[in-house]
Design a protein around this ligand. Sequence first.
Ligand code: COA
Length: 196
Amino acid sequence: MRTRFIQVSTERQIKTVESLAREIWTEHYTPIIGKGQVVYMLRKFQTRKAVSDQIGEGVLYFLLEAGDEVIGYMAVQPRDDELFLSKIYVRAPKRSMGYGRRAVRFIEDLARDRGLRRISLTVNKNNTGALRAYERLGFSNLGPVLKQIGGGFVMDDYGMEKNVSLRGGTDPRSGVKTDRLGRRCSVRSAVRRKRV
Ligand SMILES: CC(C)(COP(=O)(O)OP(=O)(O)OC[C@H]1O[C@@H](n2cnc3c(N)ncnc32)[C@H](O)[C@@H]1OP(=O)(O)O)[C@@H](O)C(=O)NCCC(=O)NCCS
């Protein structure tokens, strides 16, 4: 099945994110964190306005499409030295079919394009399925991360990260070409490599 990642920009796409979030978070997180916290977090982070504000602040949202069907979404935030994977959600009937792996590959390419060598994320300590999936996808567990989110709720997570090997790209700050280790390519060394 052809998989596409579509960057969210229109009102209609933002509305799709809002309804996917409502469906997936309610189904997946209610047994983990309880209904009260799910409702609070959806209102705080995944309404149309909240998503639109996040996009305005530099968060990149993507819809995940398989064939003609939208089957999930992701959000990433480029930081100085890493790409923070803040959301990755596949609809329940489409899980464990390889879409998460394809999504992470896409995110690795995004990091490479920006010269970022690491992807980081946080995952609820009791979200055991996602924890296992991240481990299979090459992420290492860095230990507990506790975050107050207001309303008397906390996010009781593990921090995880994955290093990204650079295949060559462009230094995001200078625009200078880099080799696969992220080193700047000088014209002379490029010529030397060509002659060899
Ligand atoms: C976590 C999630 C994004 C992974 O996407 P996916 O499409 O199910 O993952 P894939 O099918 O590509 O699987 C990737 C790897 O993880 C493993 N995996 C996936 N789900 C797993 C689970 N529940 N338990 C153990 N391993 C799992 C797969 O076996 C695969 O490893 P392998 O290729 O070595 O066999 C998806 O399951 C999901 O949306 N879960 C619910 C929401 C969620 O918790 N999101 C993360 C928030 S932090």
